[in-house]
Ligand binder design. Sequence first.
Ligand SMILES: Cc1cc2nc3c(=O)[nH]c(=O)nc-3n(C[C@H](O)[C@H](O)[C@H](O)COP(=O)(O)OP(=O)(O)OC[C@H]3O[C@@H](n4cnc5c(N)ncnc54)[C@H](O)[C@@H]3O)c2cc1C
Length: 298
Amino acid sequence: MENDCDVAIVGGSFAGLAAGLMLARGRRRVVVFDEGQTRNRFADAGHGFLGMDGLAPAEMQRRGQADLLAYPTAQIVPQRVTSVTGTQGRFILTARESWTARQVILAHGMRDNLPDIPGLAEGWGQWAMQCPYCHGYEAADQPTGILMTGAAPPHHLTMLRDWTGDLALFCNGYAPDADTRAKANAWGIPVYDPPVVAIRNDGPHRTLLLADGREVARAVLYLVSRSEPSCDLAAQLGCAMEDGPTGPFVSVDMMQQTSVPGLFAAGDLCRPMYGALFAAADGARAGAGAHHALLFAA
Ligand SMILES: Cc1cc2nc3c(=O)[nH]c(=O)nc-3n(C[C@H](O)[C@H](O)[C@H](O)COP(=O)(O)OP(=O)(O)OC[C@H]3O[C@@H](n4cnc5c(N)ncnc54)[C@H](O)[C@@H]3O)c2cc1C
């Protein structure tokens, strides 16, 4: 059959391409479906990925694609998968056409849901960010804000002290716990309680407009976004989920197998701590796991 493969992978970013590489090196026919919307596409550069530190996200993906396509049994299909049905041995995927696969790896990543503050989304990946390991080095020693997006204690308050001595906490209408307030006081970090109603981009700085009329300038802002799977395929297939600090993620075992036989998951989709290299490592495990399942599953 033309549209048949051993393993179909949904998502062709760090996790999906790494999974594909294992299977292609195992000389299996692997097809990676990808819409090309990697999670870090909003940033100018990606950091912390061995051998590719500082490259543009699109270039990182291009290199991963080139590695995979060097193998004759690998194919990348730039299409969205809208449904997956069936069971181990014969899954049916719907993209623009129908495909069959004996095993499936979900590597479609997560979607960030940012708080609805005018001006914030425009800065995502530029001056508004989530992870100091990713972009903190480049933003070191800058006037930095921490924006609370829920009632959970903001871990950035403690972490970011290794990156800058100029921090301010924006509670954004949430009540920080006593420990957070005590730490902020002890470390001389100003605390702004009111909701942030808008952020104005003033050239090298941003101005946060507070509900009580105050305006506070910061160069960069850290926040924890809520996240959810970027499509509903795991739900369609009935995968068991876990609750993480930023939202639900797919539950997997040591070889990235989900609760559904023959269905694997890799990358941000199945972990509470995000990172491109973590995702690639998951992908490599999922690729090996799916390969083993091809060989050993009943
Ligand atoms: C602004 C920002 C900056 C970041 N910077 C860094 C950094 O510097 N260093 C670092 O290590 N991490 C960084 N991260 C985290 C990093 O982007 C993620 O950990 C990583 O991209 C996860 O890879 P993934 O393969 O799991 O998923 P993703 O990168 O999210 O890729 C999923 C892919 O699946 C595709 N897809 C989704 N649904 C479907 C479907 N139904 N059919 C077909 N394709 C589909 C998407 O289009 C996408 O191409 C950053 C994150 C953000 C938000």
